[in-house]
Design a protein around this ligand. Structure first.
Ligand SMILES: CC(C)(COP(=O)(O)OP(=O)(O)OC[C@H]1O[C@@H](n2cnc3c(N)ncnc32)[C@H](O)[C@@H]1OP(=O)(O)O)[C@@H](O)C(=O)NCCC(=O)NCCS
Length: 326
């Protein structure tokens, strides 16, 4: 069986930064509350004229240049997002247009914060089966455009940004060793954007009642997140014949520092080998893992042969994890 490896990474964070101190002026909150409850210090905000595809295009150009490739060398594009440019066409279609290419299959994946891991698992299968040779996978969000800035329990949590990886068939030992993914639709109501879809199309009422923004029962989501992040991490490790102690760098989805700390503890991963960027970028849903991966690469934190673990949990609920040798 062919193996799939990441040959390049790229990321883009919008220019505007909103700190916890800025938020203190918008809602009844404090830097101290946000920092101790979540680990977040600041987040990036997309500009009014910046859509999700714009962020992906910028990140994709960086990854292509680093790999010494042109957009025409890609066989497919998968964009994981819950904040697409439009309901249709897909954000991936706008990315294809923005990269100046046409003709290849491109599509979006909707799995909330687990979106990137889902997209990675799909791309891995497509390459392993020989369906495609080289795929660009992105995780990207403009969540702050779907935020209720009057709701202190959610508006402090999210940020915008895009991360991409380019995957191709491996010619050496490097590559994805295992993937694991799951979902439970029975828990969907706990983390939801209620309006804007076919269940509740947009009306004056839905806009007035801010039903096009994130609605979350934070406490309940927290408990499920700890359980499923840990389970996903353990299952992916088990499938690859690894334990938490084999991990050189753990890049988790970053919604809350306390969720990560508990996952690390139960999956027996060295906390010092866990890459944390939640303080700088907040929760970027599908964007978090590929952005953090690119940051770790840029900082020289990953060397050839290192064993990496990704794990995520998100709305749906969805969860997933992947192990790979760099
Ligand atoms: C959202 C979250 C940070 C809230 O933290 P928490 O410790 O559960 O806090 P609670 O919701 O119990 O609220 C505790 C108190 O803080 C208050 N509070 C909520 N947001 C606040 C804020 N931004 N600033 C100050 N106080 C706040 C609440 O009103 C509540 O006050 P009360 O006790 O007087 O009612 C936490 O539940 C969480 O991270 N959940 C999971 C999020 C997640 O993973 N989401 C995405 C999945 S990828």
């Amino acid at each position: 069986m062919k193996q799939t490896k990441i040959i390049s990474t790229g990321s883009y964070l919008p220019e505007k930064v909103l700190t916890n101190f800025d938020l203190e002026k918008i809602v009844d909150t404090t830097d101290e509350w946000i920092t101790t409850r979540t680990g977040i210090k600041e987040r990036h905000l997309a500009a009014e004229n910046e859509a999700t595809s714009d962020l992906v295009i910028k990140a994709a150009k960086i990854a292509l240049e680093r790999a010494n490739l042109e957009a025409k060398d890609l066989d497919g594009i998968i964009v994981a997002t819950i904040t697409p440019d439009n309901t249709y066409p897909s954000t991936a279609c706008w990315v294809e247009k923005g990269l100046g290419i046409k003709g290849i299959p491109v599509f979006d994946v909707s799995a909330a914060c687990t979106g990137f891991v889902y997209a990675l698992a799909i791309a891995d299968s497509l390459i392993k089966t020989g369906t495609m040779k080289r795929i660009l996978v992105a995780g990207a969000e403009t969540l702050t455009k779907f935020t209720n800035w009057e709701d202190r329990s959610t508006c402090v949590l999210f940020g915008d940004g895009a991360g991409v990886v380019i995957l191709e068939e491996s010619d050496d030992e490097s590559g994805i060793l295992s993937t694991f993914w799951g979902a439970d639709g029975n828990l969907g109501e706990l983390l939801i954007q209620p309006a804007g879809g076919s269940k509740m199309p947009p009306t004056e009422e839905t806009v007035k009642n801010k039903l096009h923004t994130v609605h979350m029962e934070g406490n309940k989501v927290f408990r499920w997140a700890v359980r499923y992040m840990q389970e996903a991490a353990e299952k992916a490790l088990e499938k690859a014949g690894l334990t938490g102690e084999d991990i050189d760098l753990f890049i988790p989805h970053q919604a809350n520092l306390r969720i990560i700390e508990q996952t690390v503890k139960y999956a027996k991963i060295d906390p010092k080998k866990t890459y944390i960027v939640i303080d700088k970028i907040a929760n970027i849903s599908a964007g978090t893992i590929p952005i953090a991966l690119d940051m770790a690469v840029n900082e020289g934190k990953i060397k050839k042969g290192d064993i990496l673990l990704f794990a995520a949990f998100g709305g749906g609920f969805t969860w997933g994890a992947a192990t790979l040798r760099w």
